[in-house]
Design a protein around this ligand. Structure first.
Ligand SMILES: [Zn+2]
Ligand SMILES: [Zn+2]
Length: 166
């Protein structure tokens, strides 16, 4: 159950065979302007809500996992509807299975998860104009500097033994 006052959010694919619930607010929301995200979405950026895997509850359907190359070289596993093939979330090499990157556009109320940061703005398509009040970085960023305290604490529960990645 969510105790952050945010409430649960539901989402799913286009054919509605797969439905899921995000049981709390995300840890952090990335708007990624890298070329990989542009290619994967066919658009100008990807909007991903990072959240603990166990806070994404499958309500309906049997999604399939597709191994896909990633910018880091470590690969990502994209979870897709087996029928309409819409991508619902990814797990990246670094975060392993513990953190899912939920595609915000698959939420029923995507407006509730605006970006907390814009990343890889070095390859941002020039017509995209960023807001002045949201952090933006040319590539990646230092988590401790940008994440809110409660999100850092939630992440520390997932990765207790690991030293901070450099
Ligand atoms: Zn579907
Ligand atoms: Zn990207």
């Amino acid at each position: 159950m969510s105790d952050d006052g945010f409430g649960a959010m539901e989402g799913g694919c286009t054919c509605r065979a797969v439905r899921y619930r995000m049981s709390s607010k995300p840890l952090f929301v990335h708007c990624c302007h890298c070329r990989w995200c542009q290619r994967e979405t066919g658009a100008s950026f990807a909007l991903n809500a990072m959240i603990e895997a166990d806070r994404v509850v499958l309500l309906q359907g049997q999604p399939e996992v597709v191994n896909t190359p990633s910018l880091s070289g470590m690969g990502q596993r994209i979870t897709r509807c087996p029928i309409c093939r819409i991508a619902l979330w990814s797990n990246y090499g670094g975060g392993g299975d513990a953190v899912r990157f939920v595609r915000v556009g698959t939420l029923d109320e995507p407006d509730r998860c605006p970006p907390d940061i814009h990343i890889f703005t070095e390859s941002k398509q020039p017509w995209v104009v960023l807001p002045r009040d949201i952090p933006a970085v040319p590539q990646y960023y230092d988590r401790a500097r940008y994440w809110p305290k409660d999100s850092l604490e939630r992440r520390a529960v997932l990765f207790p033994a690991k030293p901070e990645a450099s």
